[in-house]
Design a protein around this ligand. Structure first.
Ligand SMILES: *Cc1c(COP(=O)(O)O)cnc(C)c1O
Length: 367
């Protein structure tokens, strides 16, 4: 079923005035936004409109109590010139998991995916063509009910905006293993893509950047011993020929890139382990000369090779050769652009079928 989304196009696109191949991620936004409202227990009036300010009541609950979640996905133009998305259904399901944890309404995954596909269809001219570049698509939801008091909001907005993105980290990065602050504890919100998780990470990350590190490596909340993840990425290691990544136990974000890399590695017959990894294990592996690779995985940066990790006074230096990370980078990039065959059915075309403005039809959906 095609979900009716009203489309009102801007008569004055900015796309010809902007160099989408050069503008840094997050600085330039496309012509339109997707928007719909939740009230009376249902999602109403999904529509794509010219990007504009959204009037907000000063008591909007997201501003006070932080009910706000988001997703991040990338659209590219495939080898046939068709705008495509990578695993949008997985983003829809994760969005609902985040919403549930934050006491927010879920959204029909079919509406989420239809909204993203139609929105990218409308904005396809904004997708950079250079290899490694993409249109970064940002679905998000926040509580906009004006109310002071501690309870779940009854009104929300679900929106999508987009910004052209160049390859983020083309260089190798240095991480600081954080032994003071924590990102997430058991029972907390670490598994949700919630705005508040980022708010709490800003100060520690800024401190690490002042010390010339690129990102933080988060350790567990109880012992500051087990590897969790990197700022906005999951992490993989290769130790003595085995690829390992921390298991999903409730304190790390279940990355779609992480899941994709695990699938690709298993299908290549590479031994992969999802389990707790103590920092001591890395130190021992370094001493034994079997600490072979480390890389981060995430939609924004793709695969990012890690050069060094500092833990207290020790520096873990990874070797220059990175066969697993490089193979994963090439295979993922190849699948996303459909240069390589997508035997997993991960790539989904954007919906470019709507060429005319479509007037508002009332569509409501119970969550
Ligand atoms: C989004 C995110 C990731 C990466 O997830 P992908 O689905 O691969 O983009 C990893 N860690 C955190 C904290 C994140 O917010």
């Amino acid at each position: 079923m095609k979900i009716p989304i009203a489309i009102h196009r801007t008569p004055t696109s900015k796309v010809t005035k902007v160099d989408v191949e050069q503008s840094p991620l997050g600085t330039v936004f496309t012509d339109h936004m997707f928007i719909c409202e939740y009230a009376d227990g249902m999602w109403k009036y999904p529509r794509i409109e010219p990007l504009a300010m959204i009037p907000t009541h000063p008591a909007a609950m997201a501003l006070h109590y932080g009910q706000a979640i988001f997703e991040g996905m990338k659209a590219v133009v495939n080898t046939e010139g068709v705008p495509v998305l990578f695993r949008p259904e997985a983003n829809a399901l994760r969005f609902n998991n985040s919403a549930a944890r934050m006491g927010m309404p879920t959204i029909d995954p079919a509406l989420f995916v239809a909204a993203v596909r139609q929105f990218v269809g409308v904005e396809h001219a904004w997708i950079p063509k250079q290899r490694g570049s993409a249109l970064y698509v940002r679905p998000f939801m926040y509580a906009d009910e004006p109310f002071i008091g501690m309870r779940a909001a009854t009104r929300y907005k679900f929106m999508i905006i987009a910004t052209p993105a160049q390859p983020l980290f083309s260089k190798k990065i240095r991480l600081l293993a954080e032994t003071n602050y924590i990102r997430a504890a058991q029972g907390g919100t670490g598994a949700a893509k919630a705005a508040g998780n980022y708010a709490a990470a800003i100060l520690p990350t800024e401190e690490a950047k002042r010390k010339q590190f690129d990102q933080l490596l988060w350790l567990d909340a109880e012992e500051h011993r087990y590897i969790q993840e990197v700022g906005t990425m999951n992490i993989f290691f290769k130790i003595a020929g085995k690829v390992i990544t921390p298991a999903i136990t409730g304190t790390i974000l279940a990355g779609i890139t992480r899941d994709s890399v695990l699938t690709l590695l298993k299908d290549r017959g590479v031994a992969v382990e999802e389990r707790p990894i103590a920092i001591d294990e890395l130190l021992q592996a370094a001493r034994d000369g079997v600490l072979e690779e480390a890389f981060g995985t995430g939609t924004a940066a793709g695969i990012t090779i890690i050069d060094q990790i500092q833990y207290k006074d020790e520096v873990l230096q990874f070797p220059p050769s990175t066969p697993v990370a490089t193979a994963m980078l090439q295979q993922l990039e190849g699948i996303k652009t459909q240069e390589q065959s997508d035997s997993y059915g991960w790539v989904v075309p954007a919906d470019t079928s709507v060429q005319e403005d479509v007037s508002s039809k009332v569509y409501t959906h119970h969550s």
